[in-house]
Write a protein that binds this ligand. Structure first.
Ligand SMILES: [Zn+2]
Length: 158
């Protein structure tokens, strides 16, 4: 994945920037600008280009609170978000980025996920919760991989 397009929640200094603050964020590689996007900060989300990224504020042990991104792919909190390599220009967490990256050379775990996706399709129209289920299934991909590895060669070959 293109690690040069990274958003670090701590680098945005959200607690110091007033809601409504905006500017341009520029990504550089070897000092050369490679990409940039308009950034607008609000209390519970930031806008990066066309994407709105949710912000979760988590209380600290010693008072105050610190911000986390909410990943659009899995709904989990993340300190850093990355742009997917498929040109979608969406920022997601490292794990979601990896899953998309991994799907480029598909293994048995991916096929298991795909089967699960088809099963979800048969459930009927997507009301948003199916999408959420899918994100959960994708997150479970390593588990599928593990189960399949433990099962050994496909049945019928034994
Ligand atoms: Zn994610």
């Amino acid at each position: 994945m293109d690690e040069s397009l990274v958003l670090d929640v701590n680098a945005l200094h959200l607690s110091e920037n007033a809601p409504g603050a905006w500017g341009t964020v520029t990504w550089r590689q070897d000092g050369e600008p490679v990409d940039s996007a308009q950034l607008r900060i609000e209390r519970d989300q930031i806008h990066v280009g066309d994407q709105a990224v949710g912000i979760a504020w988590v209380p600290c042990h010693f008072g105050g609170e610190r911000p986390f991104f909410i990943c659009e792919g899995c709904g989990q909190k993340a300190v850093k978000l990355y742009v997917l390599p498929d040109g979608d220009q969406k920022f997601v967490c490292r794990r979601c980025g990896r899953l998309v990256y991994a799907s480029q050379n598909e293994g048995p775990g991916d096929r298991a996920v795909r089967k699960a996706e088809k099963a979800l399709d048969r459930l009927g129209p997507d009301d948003g919760s199916a999408r959420h289920r899918l994100a959960q299934l994708r997150a479970m991909r390593p588990l599928f991989e593990e189960i399949l590895a433990a099962l050994g060669p496909a049945q019928g070959q034994r």
